[in-house]
Design a protein around this ligand. Structure first.
Ligand code: PPE
Length: 295
């Protein structure tokens, strides 16, 4: 926290911490995987860059350099002696004035790591999940500036997720303000139709780092991939569909709003991309070694 290692139980803040009340905090979700050469962090450089972009968009001055945060993340994984973990850097506004203009409140930074298994369940990874198109829509791009990863946005995501779960589904997918598919509550989405991969363009979604990786892998595999808007009914008739995200990794989707996707099992392209992804994060694919930072 703020440049020092703090014991887990002492990692506390004052109840009047500004971000806790008003939701302006920017964060990252990063994973570190076990490899033959020890723990390796996936796409660390990209995650740190996105954290600073988020801060820039929201006029928050991070009191550390990108290089310092990069190093601090590696050290935090190291001192915790974990083999695999999720990493959560958070830049937030600390205690000071209340009200919506926290001019002199300190900008604080924390980095926490903990073991976090399959986000949507082990079974979700192998068999696929059931999702619901949310009745809540993703905020307009002039309200939810989509290049930022901001704590407050996840109020909307939680509305969608709670609704989906209360209806018996595993996860929600949100439409954008124009009615096109945008993204999951915490994932980007891909579909496959007639052998062509399609994913939503960056206009109304978080620029997912896993999404970018999958696009690159798909191209390397000679697959056709387009970034194009699509409607909920195109999702219904997709041959395959899957979510990507740091937490969700590559999670196949087997049902949307009661409609079975394909034959209700992870499709061939989904399974192939998922297998390559899990191999590469574990350091088993030479071509993608540069995506890993060894601790
Ligand atoms: N869209 C949203 C809205 C989102 O929150 C995430 C990540 C993504 C797309 C995928 O981005 P990337 O991780 O760079 O591939 N969501 C993070 C938070 C999940 C949570 O429950 O907390 C994550 O996956 O770490």
């Amino acid at each position: 926290m703020d440049g020092a290692f703090i014991d887990w139980d002492s990692a506390n803040v004052h109840v009047l911490t500004h971000s806790l009340h008003y939701g302006l905090g920017v964060f990252e979700g990063i994973r570190c995987y076990q490899t033959e050469r020890g723990p390796a962090v996936f796409k660390l450089r990209e995650h740190v860059a996105r954290l600073f972009s988020s801060a820039h968009i929201f006029l928050m001055k991070v009191p550390f350099t990108e290089e310092e945060i990069f190093e601090a993340i590696i050290k935090t994984v190291g001192v915790n002696r974990v083999k695999e973990c999720y990493i959560r850097p958070l830049v937030y506004i600390g205690y000071g004035a209340m009200g919506l203009y926290p001019k002199d409140n300190p900008v604080r930074v924390s980095i926490a790591v903990w073991p976090w298994g399959a986000y949507l369940g082990e079974e979700g990874l192998t068999k696929g999940i059931r999702i619901k198109v949310s009745s809540f829509i993703r905020g307009h791009v002039n309200s939810n500036l989509s290049r930022g990863k901001v704590s407050g946005y996840y109020v909307n995501s939680q509305l969608a997720k709670k609704e989906a779960i209360s209806c018996g589904y595993d996860e929600a997918i949100l439409l954008d303000t124009e009615g096109y598919v945008s993204e999951g509550s915490g994932e980007n989405v891909f579909i496959v139709r007639n052998g062509v991969l399609k994913t939503t363009p960056l206009t109304s979604i978080l620029e997912g780092i896993t999404r970018g990786s999958i696009i690159e892998i798909a191209r390397d595999e000679g697959l056709r991939i387009v970034e194009e808007r699509f409607t909920r009914d195109e999702l219904y008739i997709a041959d395959e569909a899957f979510f990507t995200g740091t937490a969700a990794e590559i999670t196949p989707i087997r049902e949307v709003d009661g409609r079975t996707i394909g034959d209700g099992r992870p499709g061939a392209i989904t399974s192939k991309l998922q297998a390559i992804f899990f191999d590469l994060v574990k350091g088993k694919v030479k071509k993608y070694q540069s995506w890993l930072t060894y601790v």
